[in-house]
Design a protein around this ligand. Structure first.
Ligand code: GTB
Length: 222
């Protein structure tokens, strides 16, 4: 049975790994699960065939044996649960309470940390030409700093958010990566080091290389 995900035919980031298929690829690589990729253009994402997979006309999606999923949090959770069902612990801990905490961090990544980060992208790219954007940008950045300060305090000098690396870290690192170009991450050295630890994982490197091969096919292999 083949797992198929969807990804941008051409990612707007040119292969920096910021499109959300990278986090799904990463989870599949951590799970040692081979997968196929269906590339979709921006136009095709809004056509009925893709809308049947993803009601909001976005990537990524996940297909496996008649099951179709969208939303990266749900997809990564499914990959982690599937790994447990196959008796391979890894992305979620075995112990019930530790597993619940790892899932909590997954939600925190997409519900609490990612929204202000997305707001920065909107403030820059969708609202950058508005007369009020110069005043708004510092407020948006300060809301991100408030979250990073709290996350930084919780992480402290630990390697991962709660014991061993988990799907919670995979989601949180994926969300934080989007901040690198802004310089905000570097204001919190333990978070910058946390993200670097995530990127250093062999599974992340494979996921990154796979999306880069599509988006910047001439790039040298890392
Ligand atoms: N909540 C959903 C999830 O987590 O799965 C969000 C999915 C989503 O935003 N998908 C984006 C998409 O399909 C691609 S990843 N957009 C097309 C559309 O909505 O029409 C977002 C993204 C795009 C580009 C960059 N970049 O260039 O840096 C980074 C992230």
């Amino acid at each position: 049975m083949t797992i198929t995900i969807t990804a941008f035919e051409r990612s707007p980031d040119g292969g920096q790994g910021l499109a959300r298929d990278t986090r799904v690829r990463w989870a599949l690589e951590e799970a040692g699960q081979p997968y196929a990729v269906r590339l979709v253009s921006l136009a095709a994402m809004k056509e009925p065939a893709h809308l049947a997979r993803h009601p909001f006309g976005q990537i990524p999606t996940y297909e496996e044996d008649g099951l179709v999923l969208f939303e990266t949090g749900a997809i990564v959770f499914h990959i982690a649960e599937r790994q447990i069902a196959q008796s391979h612990a890894g992305l979620l801990p075995d112990e019930v309470n530790a597993r619940a905490r790892a899932i909590t961090w997954m939600f925190a990544a997409v519900n609490t940390v990612e929204p202000p980060i997305l707001d920065l992208a909107n403030a820059r790219f969708a609202e950058g030409d508005k007369p009020w954007s110069g005043e708004r940008l510092p407020l948006v950045k300060d809301r991100i700093r408030a979250r990073l300060k709290q996350l930084s305090a919780r992480l402290g000098d630990a390697d991962w958010l709660d014991g061993a690396f988990s799907a919670g870290d995979l989601m949180m690192v994926s969300v934080l990566l989007r901040l690198r170009a802004s310089g905000l991450l570097d204001e919190y050295p333990n978070l910058a080091a946390y993200v670097a630890r995530g990127e250093a994982r062999p599974a992340y490197k494979r996921a990154f290389a796979a999306q880069l091969a599509i988006n910047a096919p001439d790039a040298p292999e890392s």
